[in-house]
Design a protein around this ligand. Sequence first.
Ligand code: GLN
Length: 482
Amino acid sequence: MTNSLGERLWTGEEIVSGVKEDRSFLDQVLNFYCSKIKKEGPEINCFTFFSESALAQQQSVLRQRIEAKEDLPLAGLPVSVKDNIAVEGMPLTCASKILENYYPSYSATAVERLVKAGAIIIGKTNLDEFAMGSSSEYSYFGPVKNPRDKRKVSGGSSGGSAASVAGGFCPVALGSDTGGSVRQPASFCGVLGLKPSYGRVSRYGLTAFGSSLDQIGVFANNSRDLSLILNAVSGQDKKDSTSSALPPFSAEKHESLQPEKLKVGILQDFLKPASADVIESFAKAEEFFKNQGAQVQDVFFPELQYSVPAYYIIATAEASSNLSRYDGARYGFRSKGRLNSLGEMYKQSRSQGFGEEVTRRIILGAFVLSEGYSDKYYQKATKVRKLLLSGINKLFDKYDILLSPTTPTTAFDLGSHGQDPVSMYSSDVCTVLANLTGVPSLSVPCGVSEKTKMPVGLQIIANRNQEQKLMSVSSFFQQGFC
Ligand code: GLN
């Protein structure tokens, strides 16, 4: 298989079956990724943590488990993990000064499940601080560069995870998606990115941003590898009361897709803000589905114009509450200045520990929840959320899947949105809908812009818990569309 850079790489599936057949293959795979990360990783800046000794330790434990003939569906599969997801023995910084040097005493359920299945956690990936951003430039560790063109952003907030797969540093990665943070960077970097239904993957061990919107998601170069990981990480978890009781996603159960029975809705409202080159690539994808005999219709969903404002009100409100736990006393950084009172310690630690964008969001979130304004903003946003939910339910009465571009433009230049947060927020216009309504959504590469030479992503949205359908449509598309 070749990745988005045209490099011949193993698929995740090839690694797992290779390791099972020949134990020395594990060393070959890990040596390859290790030297690539050391050589090319620093320039892309996609890792916040990588340690050869941590890798060697995992390698020796895995060898023993293979000898003991344990059932290991992900034997030897290297996975990178976004640095807002807890991995025991590795730092959990959320790319923030306030959590610099913080080591969690436990692993997230998703990580625990990966390790149990035999995966190797190859490193922690860079992100926008606390997953707030769309470019992975708001990181305490500096911006992530796009492996396709190092002058461009990798997208965000899971830009490090997307770049780790696109740059060939590992075959699969975990990210988190609160408003598009898996799908948007996947689109910018030319890889696949999946946000599962709300509750399908446990959030235990994922640092909370907007708890009613957050989901752990997956990056890969093909649908098969996405399925493998989703199979391992999904399923109910007693440690997360919002996790769904459905059985884990089955990687084996392949719904054979009959394209002539597929009812496809094209979300016209997401084409309006898109640039001409994105529309051109999207039109080819639409044509593909028509040529395969699918029933394709345009749909109009006027309430979508309120989705970005509603998202930024709800997400910041929840963030202001979630981030109140970082007070200089319980975790990480504490200001070293002369502190005359407890209040002063909180104030100094928080204002020195959080970056500009996170501070902006805490202030905005506290404002929209404050007395006199919560009716005007927060309550109104929750009403918009209900409207969006009933609108999308109606659409799924008629259509199997909804399609749109994942992002209105291809990856933009590093630094180009620096002084204008609102223009950055508008790059989430196509993705926040799935988080506000809890449905699964995936971005799959659909060509390269002739103008910018950067990848374009096709967003496929399915009804709640229909990951199986989503995955079969995406693999059908990836195999047939060139
Ligand atoms: N870009 C969006 C934001 O900044 C989404 C972030 C995310 O999904 N974590 O809020």
